[in-house]
Design a protein around this ligand. Structure first.
Ligand code: GLN
Length: 187
């Protein structure tokens, strides 16, 4: 059985655990450094507030162990704030992030009025799925080694670079399991 670590410092992590369990995976929460030492096949970085998560990752000494594991090939799926944590660059933001994925991201990219919205759109390798965006970022630029998986309104909202999968939207909030299945298939 695949064992997935879910970062549970803040944000929407419970819904990820539910989706993964629906698909037959085992999950456990990362709340402190001790939790990180359990064996794992993958990692979820949930949505929430990226600045808060980065601060907590440093305070709890989780930042570098997690970064090293991702660089070492641990499969990781980041949603929304999780995407921001993984991005090498974020427009108009300091560089303090895990920064393992070769993408440039715009934070809170949809502005105030379009801060949250819902649509149905296609993801490469999956098909049409519901997408919920909550004060979401989108990807502006990708490196050569990044595969673009979905574009909505001209903006990249899902991408993969080898062991790293990211979405701007929250499939876990729509009871949608296909992106989580895609992630489990990456393992
Ligand atoms: N706006 C949040 C941030 O910048 C991300 C929102 C989310 O994860 N739903 O960190």
């Amino acid at each position: 059985m695949k064992k997935i670590a879910v970062l549970a410092l803040q944000g929407a992590f419970i819904e990820h655990e539910q989706r993964l369990q629906q698909l037959g995976a085992e999950t456990f929460e990362i709340r402190q450094l001790d939790d990180w030492n359990h064996p794992k096949d993958g990692l979820i970085l949930p949505g929430g507030e990226s600045t808060t998560m980065i601060k907590l990752l440093h305070d709890l000494n989780l930042f570098f162990p997690i970064r090293d594991a991702i660089l070492g090939g641990l499969p990781v799926y980041g949603t929304c704030a999780g995407l921001i944590l993984l991005a090498k660059e974020v427009e108009e933001e300091p560089a303090d992030r895990l920064a393992t994925m070769d993408v440039t991201v715009k934070r809170n990219a949809y502005g105030r009025q379009l801060g949250s919205f819902h649509t149905v759109a296609s993801v490469k390798g999956i098909g049409d799925i519901p997408m919920t965006f909550i004060r979401a970022p989108y990807i502006n630029k990708v490196g050569n080694n990044v595969d673009i998986l979905s574009i909505v309104n001209g903006h990249i909202v899902a991408a993969q670079q080898e062991n790293q999968l990211v979405t701007s939207f929250h499939p876990e909030l729509d009871s949608e399991v296909s992106v989580h299945q895609y992630f489990l298939d990456m393992i």
